[in-house]
Design a protein around this ligand. Structure first.
Ligand code: NI
Length: 253
């Protein structure tokens, strides 16, 4: 059984066939899925999916791309949604993205800190999206020693991964591991303790080879498990069992 620890099944890319796909996934061996929110609207959609499908869980949060929506009212709503819905297992996805910078850095940092504080208050893990913002990301992580979770679609160095793991964090890997130019991610996936690795699709994005460029979905996660098995010298069954267990520990399920 595979655990897709980061999938956006509420994305409009799935509007055409969501029900068929979501009915099929458990039959294809995907036994658990975490669907994080990217905004207030998608957090609500994630909860709706979690209510409808046993194997889907939800997280609530505003992605750095939606950092400008984070205010007292939104934070209070996230707080209430976590308390009302037992299938909300994390705050996310939250973080920093300095690649496009559509949202100014100060606003991103403010939203990230506010949602880290919410996770601290609720005692929940967080799902962090951090792209080209390693220094500020680590600084904010350090400000909240009581909060940990997962750095998803990991793009940092081996040194930073070790630093995070020492603070109780997990490292998420997806389709990038199967790409030809993935040298840095492969080095991290090869070297860090296997107990801290979780698998994810980040679908509909980041489809693994040989599906690269197409719509991704949790049914393609087996390709990432195969690649990690090859890297670590373990069987695919062992990788599935270990990473599923890791995901359950991460999200306290
Ligand atoms: Ni995501």
């Amino acid at each position: 059984m595979l655990f897709d620890t980061h999938a956006h099944l509420d994305d409009q890319a799935f509007d055409v066939d969501r029900e068929t796909l979501l009915t099929q996934l458990p039959i294809e061996g995907v036994g658990l899925v975490m669907n994080p929110g990217c905004s207030r609207a998608s957090s609500l959609a994630a909860i709706d999916l979690a209510k409808k499908y046993d194997y889907i869980y939800a997280a609530v949060g505003s992605h750095p791309d939606a950092a400008d929506e984070v205010n007292e009212e939104v934070l209070q709503q996230y707080h209430a949604l976590c308390l009302e819905n037992p299938k909300v297992k994390a705050i996310g996805e939250i973080g920093l993205d300095y690649h496009y910078e559509d949202i100014p850095r100060d606003i991103q940092k403010k939203a990230f800190r506010a949602q880290m504080a919410l996770a601290q208050e609720l005692g929940l893990p967080v799902i962090v999206h951090e792209r080209e913002a390693h220094e500020d990301g680590m600084k904010i992580v350090e400000e909240f020693p009581g909060v940990s979770g997962v750095f998803h679609c990991y793009s940092g160095s081996l040194e930073m991964a070790k630093w995070l793991i020492a603070r109780g964090w997990y490292i998420g890997f997806g389709g990038v591991l199967t790409f030809k130019n993935a040298r840095k991610a492969l080095e991290v996936a090869e070297s860090i303790p296997i107990e801290r690795i979780v698998l994810e699709t980040d679908c509909p994005y980041m489809a693994p080879e040989p599906f690269r460029g197409r719509r991704n979905d949790p049914g393609k996660l087996y390709r990432v498990a195969e690649k990690l098995a090859e890297l670590r010298g373990l069987t695919v069954a062992e990788i599935q069992a270990i990473t599923t267990e890791n995901g359950k520990t991460l999200y306290r399920m």
